[in-house]
Ligand binder design. Structure first.
Ligand SMILES: *[C@@H]1O[C@H](CO)[C@@H](O)[C@H](O)[C@H]1NC(C)=O
Ligand SMILES: *[C@@H]1O[C@H](CO)[C@@H](O)[C@H](O)[C@H]1NC(C)=O
Ligand SMILES: *[C@@H]1O[C@H](CO)[C@@H](O)[C@H](O)[C@H]1NC(C)=O
Ligand SMILES: *[C@@H]1O[C@H](CO)[C@@H](O)[C@H](O)[C@H]1NC(C)=O
Ligand SMILES: *[C@@H]1O[C@H](CO)[C@@H](O)[C@H](O)[C@H]1NC(C)=O
Ligand SMILES: *[C@@H]1O[C@H](CO)[C@@H](O)[C@H](O)[C@H]1NC(C)=O
Ligand SMILES: *[C@@H]1O[C@H](CO)[C@@H](O)[C@H](O)[C@H]1NC(C)=O
Ligand SMILES: *[C@@H]1O[C@H](CO)[C@@H](O)[C@H](O)[C@H]1NC(C)=O
Ligand SMILES: *[C@@H]1O[C@H](CO)[C@@H](O)[C@H](O)[C@H]1NC(C)=O
Ligand SMILES: *[C@@H]1O[C@H](CO)[C@@H](O)[C@H](O)[C@H]1NC(C)=O
Length: 411
């Protein structure tokens, strides 16, 4: 596994050439009218895959439009006259002065890894919870660089340039900005939200570079997976058990997409739409039958004790005596995505796995076509008794003032 980052794809660089050309022309035309004006060539980000936000550029400002809630953020450059004169805080428009010199984040459920990839962790000065899956964010907190704030007192956050939140159903003050990559359906679309955060720090160049590298690697891995054609694709079931005795298969587009991209096949839609009550003998029999046809199971069952959840837990929850037909047990392919976990509660699956989907895809390719030479990041095989990795501040081994490089897998 090597770390590097690639240069922009040819499509985005040709786009940039067009932008430079347009700015040149408009500068030329302006110059004809007012000889003093100069042409400013800015670095810009443009969404290619994500569909839930758009970015627009003016001379001294930028606008982010959030498609989901119809809110717009007006980002005003700090050295412009508008920065001192203009402030909006309406239900639909909020203004921010950029680049942010500091910010806070609602870290109950916030993927801080996006900020690490941009190199912005050092200016995160407030958090609302230590439930973060990032070693380096934990280190900053433990060394007193980050202050713990009370989420129930939104006015506390007013001292920061912005307060980023992912759970949007809370009272919001004027400097709250909704960062919601999970509204996108597909893995790459979610990762592209790095551009949303980059805009607040004038880090478009970095955001574009990281996204281009991740996308190129992801697409390359998809091609490798597609070439691994045996006679049949392995069938994968993502499934989840609820306390009420019910099993269900996932319908989440993002997870199904991962399986397709990794060269696997999802269990049929006509099967996955049903829930199975293990106390009901008919349901139980039907679930038993389906599981006899599956090659790989990913057990998503929520547990308060990930470290204690093993193959026995799964079999107990399934409640089937005879497991002789379970290929995924015979072939030892029963997985969970809680390998990296902080304080037994916070999964990196909801953080680092969102910003770097190429790592998830590489894991799944190993899950479906094991070569035994690759150590998975997010998935652990409970059929082989693989345990969790407990994330701690002591595991932060890099210089926090520099951006985290995305992990680019050999492909
Ligand atoms: C654009 O990006 C380049 C390379 O990162 C940087 O040197 C330059 O200062 C940026 N320009 C602006 C206006 O941000
Ligand atoms: C604008 O932001 C830059 C970068 O943080 C900073 O160096 C500069 O002093 C700021 N300018 C003003 C007028 O606040
Ligand atoms: C946070 O603020 C709320 C509302 O003001 C208060 O009830 C609560 O005790 C505070 N929590 C802490 C840990 O200070
Ligand atoms: C955050 O930055 C603002 C200027 O944008 C400054 O007034 C404030 O003191 C800073 N707060 C912290 C906690 O660093
Ligand atoms: C399997 O992949 C190889 C190389 O990508 C291709 O040449 C071959 O036609 C494929 N076979 C099947 C059955 O799809
Ligand atoms: C599951 O089935 C049992 C037995 O038929 C029933 O008592 C129970 O209410 C069912 N559970 C749910 C959540 O439907
Ligand atoms: C699973 O864990 C339980 C206790 O946590 C233990 O008794 C059992 O032997 C374990 N099963 C396997 C297959 O490791
Ligand atoms: C185990 O995996 C191998 C290779 O992937 C396959 O040929 C075999 O049929 C599987 N066995 C079961 C019981 O599913
Ligand atoms: C771990 O989480 C528990 C609650 O789940 C909390 O009481 C405890 O303080 C946390 N420990 C650390 C070291 O964060
Ligand atoms: C396993 O990994 C090592 C180092 O990355 C590499 O040199 C070797 O060729 C790999 N072996 C297989 C079977 O892929």
């Amino acid at each position: 596994m090597s770390s590097s980052s690639s240069s922009s794809s040819s499509s985005s660089s040709s786009f940039r050439v067009q932008i430079i050309f347009v700015l040149f022309i408009s500068g030329y035309l302006q110059g004809a009218n007012a000889a003093s004006s100069t042409v400013i060539v800015r670095n810009i980000s443009k969404t290619e895959d994500a569909v839930n936000f758009h970015i627009y550029y003016g001379q001294t400002f930028k606008v982010i439009k959030n498609v989901v809630d119809g809110k717009s953020y007006l980002l005003i450059q700090n050295n412009s006259r508008m920065a001192t004169r203009t402030k909006y805080c309406t239900p639909r428009i909020k203004s921010f002065v950029i680049p942010l010199s500091n910010y806070s984040a609602d870290t109950y459920s916030f993927p801080v890894s996006f900020l690490e990839l941009l190199g912005l962790l050092g200016s995160m000065k407030g958090i609302t919870s230590d439930s973060v899956a990032s070693e380096c964010a934990l280190k900053l907190y433990e060394t007193g660089e980050i202050e713990m704030m009370n989420r129930s007192e939104p006015q506390q956050f007013s001292e920061f340039g912005a307060h980023f939140i992912s759970e949007t159903d809370q009272p919001q003050a004027c400097n709250f900005a909704n960062f919601v990559p999970l509204v996108e359906d597909y893995p790459l679309q979610r990762a592209e939200w790095i551009k949303f955060l980059g805009v607040f720090a004038n880090l478009e160049t970095r955001a574009n570079k990281v996204y281009d590298a991740i996308k190129e690697n992801y697409l390359c891995l998809t091609k490798v997976a597609a070439s691994k054609n045996g006679s049949f694709k392995p069938i994968v079931a993502w499934m989840q058990y609820y306390d009420s005795g019910i099993w269900s298969f996932t319908k989440e587009t993002c997870k199904l997409k991962y399986v397709e991209d990794a060269g696997g096949e999802n269990i049929d839609n006509s099967i996955s739409k049903i829930t199975y009550n293990t106390s009901n003998p008919d349901d139980s029999e039907e679930l038993h039958a389906i599981l006899c046809t599956v090659d790989v199971v990913i057990d998503e069952t929520y547990t308060l004790d990930p470290a204690g959840y093993n193959q026995s837990s799964f079999l107990e929850n399934i409640g089937v005596e005879d497991k002789s037909c379970f290929g995924f047990i015979a072939n030892q392919s029963l997985w969970r995505y809680d390998k990296r976990v902080q304080n037994l509660t916070t999964l990196d699956w909801n953080d680092g796995a969102v910003s770097q989907p190429q790592l998830v895809l590489a894991d799944l390719i190993e899950v479906l076509f094991p070569n035994g030479n690759y150590s998975t990041t997010y998935f652990r095989n409970i059929a082989k008794g693989e345990g969790i990795v407990s994330i701690g501040a002591n595991m932060c081994g890099r210089d926090i003032s520099t951006p985290l490089e995305p992990t680019i897998l050999s492909c």
